[in-house]
Design a protein around this ligand. Sequence first.
Ligand code: XMP
Length: 326
Amino acid sequence: MEIIKRPDNMERITTAELAKAFIEEQIGAIRQQVGNKKVLLALSGGVDSSVVAALLIKAIGKQLVCVHVNHGLMRKGESEQVIEVFGKELDANLIYIDATDRFLDLLAGVAEPEKKRKIIGNEFIKVFDEEARKLEGIEFLAQGTIYPDILESDGVKAHHNVGGLPEEMQFELVEPVKLLYKDEVRVVGEALGLPHTMVYRQPFPGPGLGVRCLGAITRDRLHALREADAILREEFDNCGLAEKVWQYFIAVPDMKSVGVRDGKRYEGWPAIIRAVNTTDAMSATIEEIPYAVLHRISDRITAEVDGINRVLYDLTKKPVGTIEWE
Ligand code: XMP
């Protein structure tokens, strides 16, 4: 098995000029590999798959078929951004599947984290597979594999359909950013004209809000989590923390406490803020959010989000706490 290695003399892509040269080179390589055949891509809206999509659209236009599966566990506005950017602005061949009900029905009553993850992962493959089977003449599968993925798996991952397609659906892989580091993928994404918010998006786990809506997911608590998380992100954008903090989000546990609202007893869930800095996600420190910002976030969430009556700030480093609550 061939081990893919970044050439020692490959220059780090740090400028728009270098990115443009890379894009031109890849357009040629993609056209040569694909010819007039069709390519399928699972487009999550994350940095890597978005950059690969934009690159392929530039190279082969409508020969690329993007499938965006909304599992109902996306953050507020994320699927909408995929539709706006790829479906409208870049005029991509985009299939949008709202599979929210399928996922949430399967997850109903399931509290155990590993079971939840398994359900989400398996169902994702199933939905994507069903869509792929409906399409005709697809010979290639594009993937947003990046160089750290290859390093972490000793070159093995690139040889598998890690998007999760079954073995019998054999496609040749198209992996145009497989030799790039994350920072280079971002520079290329900006040179391709993708929105800054998409290219500099914080890491977001595959199971999405499913790992942050703790215990058995209910639609009302998931909704509260999504709204509270959107407020946190908006406030971080407003005060410049979004550019500085590595990962920040809200988790909502499956428990209620007593509160008071409009002079009446009001039972609600707590929203837990997590805001961490790290380089490799193996260990993480806590961002010192200014108290004024914390107060504003707390006031807004308790006033604007139905079902939330407290806001807590998690001060636990990793280790001993993991970044996600699960
Ligand atoms: P933990 O919670 O283990 O998280 O400290 C470390 C980092 O990994 C992210 N994470 C995931 N990323 N798929 C992903 O792509 C996943 O299933 C997944 N689970 C956790 C987490 O958000 C954090 O950045």
